[in-house]
Design a protein around this ligand. Sequence first.
Ligand SMILES: *Cc1c(COP(=O)(O)O)cnc(C)c1O
Length: 381
Amino acid sequence: MSDNEAPSTETLIAQALHFIDEASGAVVPAWQPSTTFARREDAALYGDYSYSRSGSPTVHHLEQMLAKLESGADARIFSSGLAAITCLMETLPTGAHVVAPRVMYHGAKDWLHRLKEKRGLKVTFFDQSDPAGLAGAILPGETKIVWVESPANPTWDVIDIAAAAETAHAAGALIAVDATCAPPVLCQPLKLGADLVFHSATKYLNGHSDVTAGVLITNDASTLWSEIDHLRTYMGSILPPFEGWLLIRGMRTVFLRVERASKNALAIARHFENHPGLESVLYPGLVSHPGHEIAVRQMPGGFGGMLSLLVNGSVDDAAAVMSRLKVFVRATSLGGVESLAEHRYLVEGANSVVPKNLIRLSVGIEAVDDLIADLEQALAE
Ligand SMILES: *Cc1c(COP(=O)(O)O)cnc(C)c1O
């Protein structure tokens, strides 16, 4: 096979990077739990590892898969999504300026608020649905990191990543993209000019609701990247090897799962778009969504498995619809093979800017007719 016929990312991920164990012929990378790694008589290490808080073989194999998935230069995996975000923010000096979306994953937003109050971080929140919003929030020469999320929880605002990267770079800032809800099967932010991509790997990358993990992927193993690596070691926030092994297993089917979830979500969004029980359906795959045009360009692999329903009526009407669901599981989180529903306002608390009648759906890989029928009966009363 010549270079220009190299296997596609899809093939390499399904085969865990065409893994074959030299000693046994096994086609599954082994779980290596060792916390420490021996030295030879001359004190040289056997391999690249000395202690598992800085790196280990299973975790390294996983990181190579993650870098491949995003067409990045390198990846670092953490014990949760928030551990990865915390590590990135820890690279900033006191008083640094960060720009982040007004509507974004609420846990990360709460954390930014805390850094603002306790650590002197300066944060400006901007409206991702306004094309001029970002430029107005950046302080040229002062802003260090522009954090964007696309599509953003839970209204699925889509930001033009290429344009945002240009704006950030012109002001001397780095841009990091939370692409948790648009896994690399759908969209590749590094190719659009982003400096860093973040995923809560707890979600689509693992896909089975049984591992908590987070990842940062870079297109340039720069000074900042060495700092991130260094901080992960000191903060002790690397993913343990067993979870790494599970994540390798989960990721082998990521293309299949995300394609099916996207297909199901699009069918549900189209079916319920003009439903009398709903005020609206928010999904970037619908022509009616404000981010649709950008999404068509930016998400060639599909629009993802996340959508929101705005129920006609009050917070109590939304709660009543939730109570009648039988196939969708009432739970937080997203990106698993099972479909989940969540009355978002109830969980976001004080800082929430989410409409009170919004039900967030994470559409799984089940038979779509079962999912549609479940929502129909829940909306019927
Ligand atoms: C879940 C999530 C996070 C946080 O990740 P954890 O793995 O829960 O720590 C960040 N961003 C988005 C969009 C998420 O959905």
